[in-house]
Design a protein around this ligand. Structure first.
Ligand code: PBG
Length: 336
């Protein structure tokens, strides 16, 4: 009577059958771990809204990076919190600042790790905007040489990858020219090409003290309802010389990841941002969701949408889960 009935359950019956039928996987090679670096030594200043994360002085950031590498993580992304902020964000290109210091230490202690440096002024400006302010807002073209200079300082410190997150027009070309002009032709540029003006950056801004003092970032970050514009941004950055492009945030923008993936031929990264991370923790703390499983599901969704790699504050937990035999970890089955 049921002959010919489609029995989708057949391939879901056991873990081994599900593994055969699985269409998407997450590998340790595709995970990037963000770290926050602050001045000092032996500083570990916990970030309340990002459980398990702290502002780390360069020595401890290097130690954390080495531990991540031991777990199999292959890339770290460094954000800086300077000792002092000013109107121009001059801490961003201080060769003795926490980020260049941490880059040198990580490359010395764990040379096999790929070191990414975020390039932006907002952590370094006293007004919290991502560029120089003029009477009408953020001055795009006056900001470009400052970003290029910061990128060059990180490359000189040994960064393998620079990742501009400021959303100024033309910054990829400006950074490429500055790097090439100084002989850093091999430094990779990952552009935050598609970065939305999002409410999901809240915990990051707590961590970095980078909430704009006045106004918001909507005049330079993207408008959430737009997806065709995302493709335009990504194509423009590839034309300017971006080696990879990023979509950010991740989970609320899965359609955008897919659209970008289909239109560019460079690797696409998705950034699972601080708010996505904090939300899962907050719900798990209330006992409303199972954290390891929710982490795995939210992360594999980014891969399924088309991301080639994922920047995630769950890097340590994901690496730990992926390093275990499937029968031991709840999250693992979903990931590999
Ligand atoms: C800096 C920057 C931000 C993030 C990455 N780079 C914050 C912002 O634009 O406000 C957000 C990362 C996160 O929320 O995890 N421009």
């Amino acid at each position: 009577m049921t002959a010919g009935l489609y029995r989708g359950r057949r391939l879901r019956r056991t873990p081994a059958l599900r593994a055969i039928a699985r269409e998407t996987r997450l590998s340790l090679d595709q995970i990037v771990a963000p770290l926050f670096v602050c001045p000092g030594t032996q500083v570990r200043d916990a970030i309340a809204s990002m459980p398990g994360h702290a502002r780390l002085s360069p020595d401890l950031a290097a130690q954390e990076a080495a531990e991540l590498a031991d777990l199999g993580v292959r890339s770290v992304l460094l954000f800086g919190i300077p000792a002092t902020k000013d109107a121009r964000g001059s801490g961003a290109w201080d060769p003795e600042g926490p980020v260049p210091d941490a880059i040198r230490r990580v490359k010395h202690d764990t040379p096999e790790l790929t070191v990414w440096a975020d390039v932006c002024l907002c952590e370094y400006t006293d007004h919290g905007h991502c560029g120089l302010l003029d009477t009408s807002g953020v001055d795009n073209d006056a900001t470009l040489p400052l970003l290029a200079n910061a990128a060059l300082i990180y490359a000189q410190a040994g960064a393998d990858v620079v990742a501009p997150s400021d959303m100024m027009d033309g910054r990829v070309a400006a950074i490429r020219a500055a790097l090439d002009g100084a002989g850093f032709t091999q430094t990779v540029i990952v552009s935050y090409a598609v970065k939305y003006a999002s409410a999901f950056y809240g915990p990051f801004r707590d961590a970095a003290g980078s909430t704009p003092r006045t106004g918001d970032r909507r005049a330079y970050q993207m408008d959430p309802p737009n997806v065709r514009e995302a493709v335009r941004e990504a194509l423009a950055d590839v034309r300017e010389g971006a080696d990879m492009v990023m979509v950010k945030p991740g989970l609320p923008y899965l359609d955008v990841i897919r659209a970008v993936r289909e239109r560019v031929d460079v690797p696409v990264a998705a950034y699972q941002v601080s708010g996505e991370f904090a939300m899962l923790h907050a719900a798990a703390d209330r006992g409303w969701i199972d954290l390891p499983r929710a982490m795995a599901e939210a992360t594999i969704a980014l891969r399924r949408a088309g991301a080639d790699l994922v920047i995630t504050y769950f890097a340590r937990e994901l690496a730990a889960a992926l390093g275990q035999p499937a029968r031991l970890a709840a999250a693992v089955e979903t990931l590999r």
